[in-house]
Design a protein around this ligand. Structure first.
Ligand SMILES: [Zn+2]
Ligand SMILES: [Zn+2]
Length: 753
């Protein structure tokens, strides 16, 4: 019997459907631990496919490091004493694996085709062979506890019972070692019949070097994350769910956002002026601007404005020049997430949608750096399939009949996966993010096979009085790839009316506009992902989650991404401590170096223990510097948090209106008095308090931030509420529940009720 192990359940089901004629589904376990296996006949033998739930092993510290205390940190860095053990949450999956593995003569590893997939395959082999550890070898066997100890909790395990497993820390073997060692590895980039059958036709073995690279990342991330998170949390007295998370990739990403914000704060705007005019002729209107563009001095602008006083404008020149706009390159992960975020989906959501489209056999594997289609790719096959998808049917059918293709090429060429392209057509209507991402992938794919667009760039020069003005326009002369991709491309069809030298237009409105230079803009989520790729921060598999984590930890808010004061404090506290550091833990250079070393592990040039040891040295240097700045870090974090929670001034007493949490965890706004105000003596049986006692209820969901403005109706501060992860439209409202500005909402709500 063949045992086929995939990374997820849906991939197991898909492979069984493709390889087997008739598939029998069996269920193992119950509830959230329920696992399915898919049994079928394949090549005169029985086969079973089963999906894991991603990683089934994890790197852990021994239990002695569970307690959060500053005094253990030195030990954790010097002797992290890591062990690779079976993930406690995977018990149900492993029980199912044990039951279906019985009697297997051949093991097929069919996990995702990338670094993490290789490691998951390695994990499965360790477990099947009985080499995997159940627990850290230094830990005593624990009695089963309800619910695993959460990260960040100082869960002190009760003294353990005498070992019930005869002290053997390893899982029981599921198969004879010989059967496991004979394993085969299949690699596919899309869950389609062609790809899967081709993969099974030319099997290979697990690439253990590649798995080691992923494993070293796990080790390093665990040590760095645990040490720095504990250090910052303990230094700033933040415990429990308020802990301050610090990560090897996460912190340099936050730095990008914070650095940009600090640039914006330091920016001094410079005033300038522009002169514009609206010209008409019959039904045609042209908006022109002074040829000089910006006037830096008010006098120069006023002089020019006086010289331009006239009722008519005369066309002095008209030019139209065609230029080619090349179609975009094929999608890799970063480009897809970036394009999707232009359409409003956060990178994390776009990635989830892309993964489910992949598992449904509609697009190829969405984690790829490649932007060049391999020559073996069946472009025509995809086109023929897309001819059955109504929104692009005409274009796809026409292209499918074409003799040969010259697709666009991007700058990155890798050989593991092709760029992301459609491999199937949905059988039923897609909805939500899935529909959006599928539409985007399909149109992008077609665009890469279509010719360049020809855009006619137009420029008209006119004279008003004694001054020169101009206007620019553009016209799509030949749509090329815009035939399918216009909705995702920059707007290009803004033609000028037909004009020629000597034409005279009426001046309807001649005006000056006073403006200021603008600070550099904040990163949108898509631009941030692109910047991360440029700096090698994270991988195609982790970038979206890292950004999401910054939102979840309340280090950033909104989209474009704006740091909270807590986020700013975290980075500036690092900076203050690291001034003379040989390594800066929040800089991207160091992270990029580690990523490079992981690549060298995968190529067999370095070993995991060498790379982990080197990163321990770096961490030790960093920690020593940080340790000399505990008081400063504490003060910065505290004042950052205070600023994030201060909504504005109390209208009654001039104190600060701040977000507080009640005993039940509900948040509300309360006046906490002025900075440094002494608490008032309390009445019998009450706690002394500061401020005037004013409170307001607050929305319980989303991030609340001050707007810095007060309500025009009542004078209380206005606040902004943004959905989790910067999703949805921000909602600005007055903090006063009885404000007259809310009357209209209330009456509308009543009507609907
Ligand atoms: Zn007050
Ligand atoms: Zn109000």
């Amino acid at each position: 019997m063949r045992l086929i192990v995939t990374e997820k359940d849906s991939a197991a089901r898909k492979i069984a459907d493709i390889l087997g004629g008739k598939v029998t589904v069996k269920e193992h376990g119950r509830g959230r631990q329920k696992v399915r296996s898919y049994h079928f006949g394949y090549k005169d033998d029985d086969a079973v496919a089963i999906g894991l739930r991603g990683h089934v092993m994890e790197t852990v510290f021994p239990n002695t490091y569970r307690r959060w205390s500053l005094k253990y940190l030195g030990d954790m860095i010097e002797r992290p004493d890591l062990a690779w053990v079976v993930d406690g949450g995977a018990a149900g999956t492993l029980a199912a694996l044990r039951s279906v593995a019985k009697g297997a003569t051949e093991v097929v590893i069919a996990t995702d085709y990338d670094r993490e997939g290789e490691l998951i395959g390695h994990e499965a082999l360790e477990i099947l062979r009985g080499d995997a550890l159940k627990r850290h070898p230094h830990d005593k066997p624990e009695k089963k506890k309800a619910g695993a100890a959460g990260r960040g909790k100082a869960a002190a395990a009760p003294p353990a019972e005498p070992p019930a497993d005869n002290g053997d820390p390893r899982v029981k073997a599921m198969l004879p070692a010989a059967a496991v060692d004979r394993h085969i590895r299949v690699r596919y980039s899309a869950l389609t019949r062609e790809e899967v059958e081709a993969a099974f036709a030319k099997p290979s073995t697990v690439d253990f070097n590649l798995a080691e690279a992923a494993h070293s990342r796990q080790d390093i991330d665990l040590i760095w994350g645990a040490v720095l998170t504990r250090f910052m949390s303990l230094a700033s007295y933040r415990y429990g769910s308020d802990y301050l998370s610090v990560g090897r990739v996460q912190s340099p990403t936050l730095r990008l956002v914070v650095d940009r914000e600090l640039e914006r704060r330091a920016f001094v705007p410079i005033p300038y002026w522009e002169i514009k005019a609206t010209l008409t002729r019959g039904d045609d209107t042209v908006e022109v601007a002074h040829t000089k563009g910006r006037f830096d001095s008010l006098e120069a602008m006023e002089t020019a404005l006086a010289r331009a006083q006239a009722d008519t404008a005369e066309v002095t020149a008209y030019k139209a020049e065609p230029r080619k706009v090349a179609p975009p390159a094929p999608f890799n992960t970063t480009a897809l997430m970036s394009a999707a975020s232009g359409g409003g989906a956060s990178p994390a959501r776009a990635m989830r949608a892309a993964e489910s489209l992949y598992l449904d056999g509609l697009i190829s594997y969405p984690r790829t750096d490649n932007t060049v289609y391999p020559p073996s790719l069946d472009l025509r096959g995809s086109l023929e399939a897309l001819a059955g998808w109504q929104p692009v049917a005409t274009t796809a059918a026409r292209l499918a009949k074409q003799g040969k293709y010259t697709p666009t090429r991007g700058k990155k060429r890798t050989t593991d996966h092709p760029p992301i392209y459609p491999v199937g057509v949905p059988k039923r209507q897609l909805s939500g993010d899935q529909a959006k991402v599928y539409d985007l992938v399909v149109r992008r794919f077609l665009a890469t096979l279509l010719p360049a667009a020809v855009i006619e760039g137009q420029r008209v020069d006119v004279r008003i009085g004694h001054e020169p003005f101009l206007a620019r326009g553009s016209r799509v002369a030949s749509p090329g790839f815009l035939e399918v991709y216009e909705k995702y491309a920059a707007k290009r069809d803004r033609p000028l009316p037909a004009l020629q030298p000597g034409d005279v237009l009426q001046v309807r409105d001649l005006r000056s506009e006073s403006k200021e230079t603008q600070p550099p803009s904040r990163y949108g989520q898509g631009a941030l992902i692109e910047k991360m790729e440029e700096l090698s921060l994270g991988t195609k598999a982790t970038r979206a989650d890292i950004i999401q984590h910054l939102y979840d930890r309340n280090y950033v808010r909104d989209n474009p991404v704006e740091p909270t004061e807590l986020g700013v404090a975290l980075i500036t506290a690092f900076d203050a401590a690291m001034k003379k550091a040989p390594v800066d833990i929040s800089s991207w250079q160091m992270t990029a170096k580690l990523d490079d070393q992981m690549t060298r592990i995968s190529e067999g040039e370095l070993r995991r223990d060498q790379v982990v040891a080197e990163s321990q040295d770096m961490l030790e240097q960093a920690w020593k510097l940080l340790d000399g700045h505990v008081a400063d870090i504490r003060e910065r974090i505290k004042s950052g948090v205070r600023e994030d929670l201060t909504l504005g001034e109390c209208k009654n007493c001039g104190g600060q209106l701040r977000v507080l949490r009640g005993k039940t965890g509900k948040r509300f706004a309360a006046c906490v008095g002025k900075e440094g105000e002494e608490p008032q003596p309390a009445a019998e049986g009450e706690r002394p308090r500061r401020g005037c006692g004013q409170t307001f209820p607050l929305p319980q969901r989303g991030t609340i931030t001050p707007t810095g403005k007060t309500c025009g109706e009542c004078g209380w501060p206005e606040i902004k509420v943004v959905g989790a992860g910067g999703r949805g439209r921000p909602w600005v409202l007055c903090v006063d529940i009885d404000c007259p500005s809310k009357e209209k909402y209330r009456s509308r709500a009543k009507k609907n009720a």
